[in-house]
Design a protein around this ligand. Structure first.
Ligand code: SF4
Ligand code: MG
Length: 283
């Protein structure tokens, strides 16, 4: 573990304590030291604390993978669901009890591979939930197989001669599918993680945060160093109101932009259903 990543973890935990985030902290995380997932976890602690979400009103839903452990580390309700099925489980919870704050956490394999068919429907229905897609471009829990976001040519356990498929871009997909809020953040930028997760959770509608979250154990290609070389803030003049402009910036590979690409609230699934209920009730 490099000094940089060690400091990252130690400061992250210290910072979480200083932020008084005890309300939402539970079991200490069991991820590898330096894993990218620590920063979004801390971001969730601080965001929930800042928003005053009581533990009894918070639900964290995950699928399978290293990101799947997320609910264990958060005080609140949690559901470690089936591989790729976190979104339908979460949307069901939100429909059953719209007062809950529902956060879904999944990885690149869970969300774009096995569960890829659920992502567009959660987005187009605009369920009022937040989706943290932790992207490390590898299947980490199973020790290093190419995932849907692994770069072309990447050597892995399942691609010994190099990956022959082009990677998916989670930010672009979220935009194309119709999410009403889409952001991307590098997990090395701890404060940015907190700010963006808090912003996404405050958004009314389906909010997606694509977290570039390196796997320090099994991905030696997509790393803190390789991302740091290309990551850049969206331009100061950028306005997140155009889906087509957002997709242009999301597709850019050098630099890879981070920030809020799109933020345009529109009626949620619940708003539409309420309107139908009201109409049906009318004499
Ligand atoms: Fe994180 Fe990779 Fe370790 Fe899983 S295997 S906890 S993704 S560093
Ligand atoms: Mg992964």
């Amino acid at each position: 573990m490099s000094l940089l990543t060690k400091r990252h973890v130690v400061e992250g935990l210290k910072r979480a304590r200083e932020a008084g985030a005890r309300e939402h902290r539970d079991i200490l995380p069991t991820w590898c030291p330096g894993c990218g997932h620590f920063a979004p976890l801390q971001g969730l602690y601080e965001a929930a604390e800042r928003m005053g979400v009581a533990a009894k009103d918070l639900v964290v839903v995950s699928g399978i993978g290293c990101s799947g452990r997320f609910p264990f580390f958060v005080k609140g309700f949690g559901f470690h669901s089936l591989h790729g099925r976190s979104l339908p489980v979460a949307t069901g919870m939100k429909i059953a009890n719209p007062a809950l704050t529902v956060v879904v956490v999944g990885g690149d394999g869970d969300g774009l591979g096995i569960g890829g068919g659920h992502f567009p429907h959660a987005a187009r229905n605009n369920f009022d939930i937040t989706y943290l897609l932790l992207d490390n471009s590898i299947y980490g829990l199973t020790k290093g197989q190419a995932s849907p976001t692994s770069p072309f040519g990447m050597v892995s356990g399942t691609t010994p001669f190099g990956n022959i498929a082009e990677p998916l871009n989670a930010t672009t997909l979220a935009l194309a599918y119709g999410a009403s809020y889409v952001a991307r953040v590098f997990s090395r930028e701890r404060d940015d993680c907190t700010e963006i997760i808090a912003d996404a959770m405050s958004h009314k509608g389906f909010s997606v945060v694509h977290v570039l979250s390196p796997c320090v154990e099994f991905n030696k290609v997509v790393t803190y160093g390789s991302i740091k070389q290309r990551i850049h803030e969206l331009p100061a003049h950028y306005v997140p109101d155009s889906r087509t402009t957002a997709i242009t910036y999301a597709e850019c590979e050098d630099p890879v932009y981070q920030g809020v690409f799109y933020n345009q609230p529109r009626p949620t699934y619940h708003d539409h259903m309420q309107a139908i209920f009201d109409k049906v009730k009318q004499p």
